[in-house]
Design a protein around this ligand. Sequence first.
Ligand SMILES: *Cc1c(COP(=O)(O)O)cnc(C)c1O
Length: 401
Amino acid sequence: MSKTAFFDQAPSFSSSRLMKTYQPLPIRFVKGLGTRLWDQEEQEYLDAVAGVAVTNVGHSHPSVLEAITQQAGALLHVSNHYHNDWAEQLAYRLTKLTGMQQVFFGNSGAEANETALKLARLHAKRLGVDHPLIVVMERAFHGRTLGALSASDGLSIQAGFSPLLEGFVRIPFGDTIALETITSRYGERIVALLTEPIQGESGIHLPPPGYLKTLRRHCTSHGWLLMLDEIQTGLGRTGDWFAFQRESIVPDVLTLAKSLANGIPIGACLAIGEAAMLFSPGQHGSTFGGNPLACRVGCTVLDILERDALPAHANHQGQLLLTRLQEALREASHVRSIRGCGLMIGIELAQPCKHLMLEALEQHHLLINVTRDTTIRLLPPLVLDNNDLNILVDALRDLIV
Ligand SMILES: *Cc1c(COP(=O)(O)O)cnc(C)c1O
């Protein structure tokens, strides 16, 4: 399909009535199945983004479809003023999988992180700390609401929104010396540490081995809450159910969203120990949070992940994909690094490469993501098979080398 045909179909940047928060590529998808998408001309595409780590069990999964239709025909919403069995069930299953004790449901990742930030404030109150601080990371991404934005890092997303929320101190991700320095500098004002176990939005950055263990030990010995944002890494993406399990630790607070209901909006903030008991009725809430539809679909997603052993599949396919990419791109001198964990892979180039998103679409019928200008980010559905993998590697070789 030619470039002009794309532009003829889609509204232009200036004629669209949507606020200009995005610059969508000139294509409109109308259908999906598994790892594939189709546009209005019935052209087929391979999806290696999964709606940014959302549709992890693939598009139009029959069990997800069944859960949605059955629940839509039974009950969509009654409010949190009444008991809700699907919310109870999903909370129970998530606590079993994570080792956490209590769950709060919202509708997005940002909301899950806002919940975590409010828990940190209540924790401070209990400790009697008046002007509490939360340690966050350079290059962190936690969402776009003002609290989550303030915890995030980067001029491009924060510029224009000052004053941001106060109460954050920032250190380089993976740097344990900086952790010691900030601890002695701020002492008992620090009450919590919030981080992604692997940084996603800023280009797939893995910490040195043992880092999460160090954070756990440090938080425990100083009475800080260790709050992990697994919104992107959680639920099988990294080849384990949760990235924190790779280092055999348990956080105090854990946030999930993205893939939890495979595209039906949901976010969850989980906690254990003191953090699990901090909220009392009236202190936090959400109109839609924990609604029967999202929670039932969440239960179905967990069924699929378990039944098809998708975390282990993601681990296997991820290792294979990483090895194959390293071979295929060996001769490309402008490839700075290829790194990842499970099916969360970044290919960092020496120059900006945003244009590759459109080239991949037009030349290879492939969806890829480029983040922070220079890193190609791959987040395919966890059901990626060997045929998909071959197509992906061939296309990337052609695009990059
Ligand atoms: C996507 C993401 C968020 C924000 O989630 P939203 O649902 O867009 O609010 C927060 N943290 C991480 C690590 C993410 O990847």
